[in-house]
Design a protein around this ligand. Structure first.
Ligand code: ZN
Length: 109
């Protein structure tokens, strides 16, 4: 499914719905709308082998988060701390904002 807009953004806390990190929460550190994927802090960590080179003085194995599909996570509302679907955005001060379906609070500041 091609989509160029994600329901989560950088800085959001999300709940992972499937995969090896199912049930865990983390903060979105990177959003890749073109791929429909996101990178979440501490989620889907893979061992990456790094060769010594101009940028990295010492080779070895480093832990790095690999992107996961945004459709596999649920946004966690920063107000009520519940995983939630995002309600239809409404306008506030002329800008569209996301609204939590649990508590009705505006998620975006
Ligand atoms: Zn809420």
């Amino acid at each position: 499914m091609a989509q160029n807009k994600l329901h989560v953004r950088r800085g959001d806390t999300v709940l992972v719905l499937s995969g090896k990190d199912k049930g865990r929460r983390g903060k979105v550190t990177r959003a890749i709308p073109a791929e429909g994927r996101i990178v979440v802090e501490g989620i889907n960590v893979v061992k990456k082998h790094v060769r010594p080179g101009p940028k990295v003085m010492q080779g070895g194995i480093v832990d790095q988060e690999a992107p996961i599909y945004a459709s596999k996570v649920m946004l966690v509302c920063p107000r009520c701390n519940e995983p939630t679907r995002v309600g239809h955005t409404r306008l506030e001060d002329g800008r569209p904002v996301r609204v939590c379906k649990h508590c009705g609070e505006v998620i975006d500041r």
